[in-house]
Design a protein around this ligand. Structure first.
Ligand code: ZN
Length: 217
């Protein structure tokens, strides 16, 4: 029983507002009394302050792990680019990405890092992880009026397609006239990231031609 064990273990016992027994076992870290409605011998009690501190430490550890993972992704990105082109012109880009590597929500994948490196190397103004209403767009290229999304997987299934089309509509509505949403697959990026900008330009040309054709008929 709670009460007898508490007595035996020298745990302070009190009465709560409804006259029930309550217990004050010591915090297992700092020893401060922890309010509890029961006492279980051998259980670990943690005071509010120590709990907050534990959560903070756990979070820090989590961030440290993700920092390691991001560092590995950056290394992979550099390796993959080195396979298709001379890495030397990316030196400044690598430095810039390294400085911002651990920003929350940034550089989630190796391909995102490759795209960032390519955009910086080419001197193209870009914003990463831009929030538009409840959505986050991978890259916004204001001078090209392009919202750029890096797609890991081809979206199958009606629900996903519908979600994506609603999402794209909302984003395009917010960005305004003349903007284009362009999706590039991770496969394309991995094959040769130096084709990223020519690829985007080709899509833009194709779409403007399509629009003209639609208008003239
Ligand atoms: Zn404590």
């Amino acid at each position: 029983m709670s009460w007898r064990e508490a007595m035996e273990d020298g745990i302070p016992v009190g009465r709560d507002s409804r006259k029930y027994s309550c217990y004050y076992p010591p915090c297992h870290i700092c020893g401060a009394p922890v309010y509890s409605w029961s006492y279980i011998r051998g259980a670990q009690y943690t005071c509010k302050d120590c709990r907050t501190e534990l959560v903070r430490q756990a979070r820090e550890k989590g961030n440290a792990i993700s920092a390691d993972k991001k560092q590995k992704k950056l290394e992979d990105a550099v390796k993959r680019i080195s396979k298709v082109t001379d890495i030397a012109p990316y030196k400044d880009a690598i430095r810039l990405v390294t400085q911002n590597l651990n920003r929350r929500g940034w550089y989630q994948s190796t391909e995102e890092i490759m795209v960032a490196l390519e955009l910086i190397r080419r001197g193209i103004k870009a914003y990463h992880q831009v929030r538009i209403f409840e959505y986050a767009v991978d890259f916004i290229l204001p001078d090209m009026k392009v919202a750029l999304e890096i797609d890991g997987k081809i979206y199958h299934g009606k629900d996903k397609l519908e979600y994506q089309s609603v999402r794209d509509d909302v984003i395009m509505y917010k960005l305004g006239e003349g903007w284009e949403m362009i999706r590039i697959s991770t496969d394309n990026i991995n094959q040769n990231v130096t084709r990223l900008i020519p690829g985007i330009n080709a899509v833009l040309v194709r779409r403007s031609t399509t629009r003209k054709i639609v208008k003239s008929t």
